[in-house]
Design a protein around this ligand. Structure first.
Ligand code: ATP
Length: 362
């Protein structure tokens, strides 16, 4: 096991820059997840760590070793891709043993390692089958097993679950987390699925357009995002965004008046009449009655019952042009399309973003 340290790594593909000035250090044994929209540079970072791609500038360390010029096979790194790339003519046993055989591992150790990995991934009963005789989830477990059997210093996973159906994806995600707790190999995991990122990561690196936006624990990124991109990328359903014009004590939101908390008012004081993007998470909107303070009025346009709770889409008036909000309500409310909702916002959970830079102001 080893730490992985990227120090100001840049990779250009003429004419554009895939990643720019990327710096972070994954401590030994931790599980870090790289997330961001398609094309933000996630796979390029993994490929550079694996040695499949060369950086134009910057330094990469694995453990205490500078590996900029170390070939891929000497980096002691194992990578698993979305397409499992198993050897179709080999049995599961031979696939699991392949990396060990390449490293001239003695036969007894090799057999023991294969058995132990197969047991921990629950594929011991499949050892004599060929990949074509396995389900997608089983194939992916073999691909993970093949990488783990080598006991690499670093484990790189590039969207390893994206070919699996929803149920299998949930199960394999949980297994992966348990597996990491058992083996403790330093892991970098690429995904564009924010649920995978939130559930698996010790730390998440959010990327956008080749640059790091924020690094932090899942909870920190969720409750304390530095900008609108991070705020809206993490969370499902995503954070609601509304445009509000600042008017001393209120934001005017599509003709409705949303009170500005005092602390925020002091901060925004010189910005009279300016437009801001306001962010509020679905769980911070509450349906109330006339007797309570009402912040926004909206009309239900979609009802999605999930059993424990109901997801609602509601639109601010007028219905044809108003902004849409997502919110979660208890099933006892029995909401129907067309219902008029009185909404209260947890104002201390309101985020204010600069509409041009996206930076968070509150
Ligand atoms: P996805 O989630 O779609 O896999 P990603 O975040 O992994 O995307 P990368 O594959 O790292 O993104 O690509 C980052 C940028 O670099 C993209 O704009 C991509 O088009 C570009 N890029 C990647 N590899 C090459 C290449 N070999 N030649 C030219 N451009 C490339």
């Amino acid at each position: 096991m080893a730490r992985v340290w990227l120090d100001k790594i840049t990779r250009r593909f003429s004419p554009s820059t895939a990643i720019e000035d990327i710096s972070f250090e994954v401590p030994d044994g931790q599980f870090w997840v790289l997330v961001g929209p398609s094309g933000c540079g996630k796979s390029t970072i993994l490929r550079i760590i694996a040695g499949l791609e060369t950086a134009n500038s910057g330094n990469l360390y694995i453990g205490d070793r500078l590996v900029n010029n170390v070939p891929a096979r000497q980096r002691d790194v194992a990578m698993v891709f979305q397409n499992y790339a198993l050897y179709p003519h080999m049995t599961v046993r031979e696939n699991l043993a392949f990396g060990l055989r390449m490293r001239n591992t003695d036969p007894k150790t090799l057999q023991e390692r294969v058995k132990s990995v197969a047991r921990s991934l629950d594929i011991a009963h499949l050892l004599d089958r060929k990949p074509g005789q396995l389900s997608g989830g089983q194939q992916q477990r073999v691909a993970l097993g093949r990488a783990i059997a080598r006991k690499p210093q670093v484990f790189l996973l590039d969207e390893p679950l994206s070919n699996l159906d929803a149920q299998l994806r949930d199960d394999t995600r949980a297994e992966l987390k348990q597996l990491h707790q058992q083996v403790g190999i330093t892991t970098l995991y690429v995904t564009h699925d924010q649920i995978e990122a939130m559930t698996l990561a010790d730390q998440i690196v959010v990327l956008n357009q080749g640059k790091v936006q924020q690094i932090g624990s899942p909870q920190t990124l969720y409750s304390d995002p530095v900008n609108q991109m991070v705020a809206t990328f993490l969370g499902s359903p995503p954070m609601n965004l509304l445009q509000g014009i600042y008017q001393e004590t209120h934001f005017e939101v599509e003709g409705q008046m949303l009170p500005v908390p005092n602390a925020l008012s002091r901060k925004l004081q010189p910005a009279q009449g300016q437009c801001f993007n306001l962010g509020i998470r679905p769980e911070h909107l509450r349906v109330v009655s006339e007797s309570e303070p009402v912040h926004l009025r909206a009309e239900v346009t979609l009802v999605e019952p999930l059993g424990r709770e109901v997801l609602l889409r509601a639109v601010l008036p007028p219905r044809q042009t108003g902004s849409t909000l997502s919110l979660q309500v208890p099933p006892q409310l029995r909401p129907q399309v067309g219902d008029r909702l009185l909404l209260q916002l947890a104002l201390d959970k309101l985020f204010v973003f600069d509409p041009s830079s996206g930076q968070r102001l509150s």
